[in-house]
Design a protein around this ligand. Structure first.
Ligand SMILES: NC(=O)C1=CN([C@@H]2O[C@H](COP(=O)(O)OP(=O)(O)OC[C@H]3O[C@@H](n4cnc5c(N)ncnc54)[C@H](O)[C@@H]3O)[C@@H](O)[C@H]2O)C=CC1
Ligand SMILES: O=C(O)[C@@H]1CCC=N1
Length: 279
């Protein structure tokens, strides 16, 4: 259980996934959840899905919340930081940015100096408790004291409630963004393509999609549970002269592995670009 209030500035896809995951896991109740958004459509959708309270302003949310997620697009961050820096109580709050590319230095500069600031890269499977997040702490985060956990412990608790969480040096946050932040979209394309393949060889669509998704889930669980190298697990599926090696040969001819590696590199590069100040 978490006893404080959690606020989201920006109540879109990722905020809704995190909030819903925390509620489903029983970490918080809906009366501990706040959000504010410039779009009333987005705010109302968040309230309808989560039951959280909508605040009319960033100032009001900041007064009430103990932990504040900055969950706007990177392009909207400068304006949010400017508004937040003018709310005197913001310096006491734990501020967690989930924006791709936005550095701790940019967050500190925008908020008027060092503070309780953390950079997190979550992903949308947090909605179903299967998220993969990484976080990097700024110098101004608080250590534990007799009556209070450290900011690091708070962030880890929030993220581990909705999946796995790794603390990483900030220099690796763009790489995390390119891999696990964007990664669910790569895997959805893989599942869709596998399903298309199943339909191509005669399976009904619903059956094909279910089998494809469960195959991805099962293979991922094998990697995590057995701790075997993925190549060794692949070898265990692959009979000499059998069906799997025929399929793997086709994947190699299509450049699947190179395409996935290039996707991670391209997304990492884009995260770096998003963190640059606009020209
Ligand atoms: N969608 C994803 O899978 C992931 C997104 N992120 C990061 O999360 C952040 C949000 O992304 P999404 O949820 O996908 O975007 P989104 O577009 O669904 O949500 C952003 C929300 O912020 C609101 N907003 C814009 N300016 C605002 C302001 N000044 N004050 C209050 N609200 C404002 C928008 O109206 C919108 O509802 C981004 O920085 C993104 O890099 C990180 C990991 C994964
Ligand atoms: O596409 C994006 O920019 C965001 C960041 C990671 C996932 N979605």
């Amino acid at each position: 259980m978490f006893s404080g209030k959690i606020g989201f500035i920006g109540s879109g896809q990722m905020a809704t996934a995190l909030a819903s995951g925390m509620l489903s896991a029983g970490l918080i109740q809906k009366d501990q959840l706040l959000a504010c958004d410039v779009s009333s459509v987005s705010a109302e959708k968040f309230a309808a899905v989560t039951g959280g309270q909508i605040c009319p302003s960033i100032a009001m949310l900041t007064e009430k919340a103990d932990v504040i997620f900055l969950s706007v697009k990177p392009q909207s961050m400068a304006g949010v930081l400017q508004t937040l820096s003018q709310v005197s109580t913001s310096r006491e709050k734990l501020i967690i940015s989930i924006a791709a590319g936005i550095t701790l230095a940019t967050l500190e500069a925008g908020l008027g100096g060092p503070g309780r600031i953390v950079r997190v890269m979550p992903n949308t499977p947090a909605l179903v408790g299967a998220g993969a997040s990484a976080f990097a702490l700024s110098q101004g985060t608080q250590a534990a004291s007799a009556n209070r956990p450290s900011d690091s412990q708070i962030v880890r608790q929030l993220l581990e409630t909705v999946g796995v969480a790794e603390e990483v040096p900030e220099s690796l946050m763009d790489a995390v963004t390119g891999l696990s932040g964007s990664g669910p979209a790569y895997v959805y394309q893989i599942i869709e393509a596998l399903s298309d393949g199943g339909v191509r060889v005669g399976l009904p669509r619903a059956t094909a999609t279910r089998l494809a998704a469960q195959t991805v889930l099962g293979a991922a669980q094998m990697v995590l549970s057995t701790k075997e190298h993925p190549g060794a697990l692949k070898d265990a599926v692959t009979s000499p002269g059998g069906t799997t090696i025929a399929g793997l040969h086709a994947l190699e001819s299509g450049g699947l592995r190179a395409a996935l590696m290039t996707a991670v590199v391209a997304a990492t590069q884009r995260a770096k670009e998003l963190g640059q100040p606009p020209r």
